[in-house]
Design a binder for this molecule. Structure first.
Ligand SMILES: Cc1ncc(COP(=O)(O)O)c(C=O)c1O
Length: 436
């Protein structure tokens, strides 16, 4: 694969952009962070003209593919009418109404630009509503990069024991201990531990935040009863249940993970698919909490909140996803289901320990050594053979199949039968290539 132009740009970039990247997450790319020139439908072209079938989808937003015409047209029309007013527009009311129509917990909605901001708003609201400080989060889950929540995302395994009252680990230099002191952290999917925490500290807990599927660590699903158990504990102790649906929202179902699993949180955060590439996030939730922002004692702000161009894009995206009973989304689900099934068949045929986990249209592929325990949380996910996963990822990249370096596949409504057939052939060849 010729990467000459990307390499030149990377060298140039490193002189003016630290690390040559604008988000540290992009450092994971090998042999160096690639540069991209174009995207169309389910394909992207890098700066050297190499074409890939894209399952990164901008890390989730491009659920309608890279050229969602209705979204693009709506944004273009709004660009001509006005880019930004920092005043209200009818568009934001329409998007909020659509989210209220689709998402079970959504009685009211506020907008921001990024998922991290929506999470920040949710945590503030939970604290304001309860007058309590502490938030329970789960090890290995990602809720953005802000100081007050970016703890214990990927602690070293030694630091992750003992299981109860594990020490909180900052994600980065530059975080203050005091921020971590306002959190509790537990392994995911262990309701007994959560019950014990509530029994001992329930009166301090403002809220529990969880990804309803652990999409940032290998698409781990909730154990039966786990989300319902969280709902029940929060109700009994007067704490708010917050679903971080930044990845699952408008993707696992039109109503997100809460629509799929039938568990309604008090608040939920959305980003990525909600805009299909237009830049926005949303906090949705029950009126009795959300209305506190309107009473003005609890601050929620942002110059770009509900930017009209983003709102025009989101309205078009949600319209397209939800029309005809969600036929478009169903298409992405069918393609993902075929891929999941196909990859499992190829792995069996090649006698590989490649494991597929997840729910259409987002899943992950990692290598689990024989005899591994079931993967239910961050620690059990660490059993995966990361070296082999990285080699297989590089083999797929060389064959024009682009997944995230952690092994996540995001499937869009634009992926075709041909894409799927080509991808399955590439998986077969990559498995051969990484066979010892
Ligand atoms: C579940 C989850 N929450 C929050 C975020 C943060 O969103 P953003 O990167 O838009 O700030 C992410 C980003 O990937 C995410 O996956």
């Amino acid at each position: 694969m010729n990467l000459t132009r990307s390499q030149e740009l990377h060298e140039r970039s490193r002189r003016v952009i630290p690390g040559g990247i604008s988000s540290n997450v992009r450092a994971n790319w090998k042999p160096f962070p690639l540069f991209y020139a174009r995207g169309q439908g389910s394909h992207v072209w890098d700066a050297d003209g190499n074409e890939s079938i894209d399952y990164v989808l901008g890390r989730g937003p491009m659920l309608l593919g890279h050229t969602p015409h209705r979204v693009i047209e709506a944004m273009k029309a709004q660009l001509e009418r006005g880019m930004h007013f920092a005043g209200q527009t009818e568009l934001e009311v329409q998007v909020a109404e659509k989210i209220v129509e689709l998402v079970p917990c959504a009685e009211m909605v506020r907008f921001n630009s990024t998922g991290s901001e929506a999470v920040h708003a949710a945590l503030r609201l939970a604290r304001a509503a309860t007058g309590r400080k502490r938030i329970l989060r789960f090890e290995g889950q990602y809720h953005g990069w802000f100081d007050n929540i970016a703890w214990s995302f990927a602690p070293p395994i030694e630091a992750a024991t003992p299981r109860y009252h594990a020490p909180l680990r900052p994600t980065t230099l530059g975080q203050c201990e005091e921020d971590g002191a306002n959190l509790f952290v537990l392994p995911w999917n262990d309701l007994d531990l959560v019950s014990r925490l509530f029994k001992e500290n329930g009166s301090e807990i403002a809220g529990v935040i969880t990804e309803p599927v652990m999409c940032n660590w290998g698409c781990i699903q909730p154990e039966p009863g786990f989300l319902a158990g969280l709902r029940d504990l929060c109700d009994r102790h007067g704490s708010l249940l917050i679903f971080d649906e930044v990845i699952t929202g408008f993707r696992l179902s039109l109503g997100g993970a809460q629509g799929l699993f039938g568990i309604t949180p008090d608040l939920a955060t959305f980003a990525k698919a909600v805009g299909a590439g237009s830049i926005l996030s949303a906090l949705a939730g029950k009126e009795r909490f959300m209305k506190m922002f309107g009473e003005l004692k609890t601050v929620h702000a942002g110059t770009y909140n509900a930017n009209p161009v983003a709102m025009a894009g989101a309205l078009a995206a949600l319209g397209q996803l939800s029309e005809n009973n969600g036929a478009e989304l169903a298409k992405a689900h069918r393609s993902a289901a075929r891929l999941i099934e196909g990859i499992r068949e190829v792995a069996l045929e090649k006698e590989s320990n490649l494991v597929v986990r997840g729910l259409p249209p987002v899943f992950s592929t990692t290598f689990l050594p024989p005899g591994s325990k079931p993967v239910t949380d961050y620690r059990s996910a660490l059993q995966a053979d990361s070296t082999r996963t990285a080699r297989y990822w590089a083999e797929l990249q060389d064959r024009g199949v682009r997944i995230t370096p952690e092994g996540t596949w995001f499937v869009s409504t634009a992926h075709t039968e041909e894409d799927i057939a080509r991808s399955l052939a590439a998986v077969g060849e990559a498995l051969e290539a990484v066979r010892d």
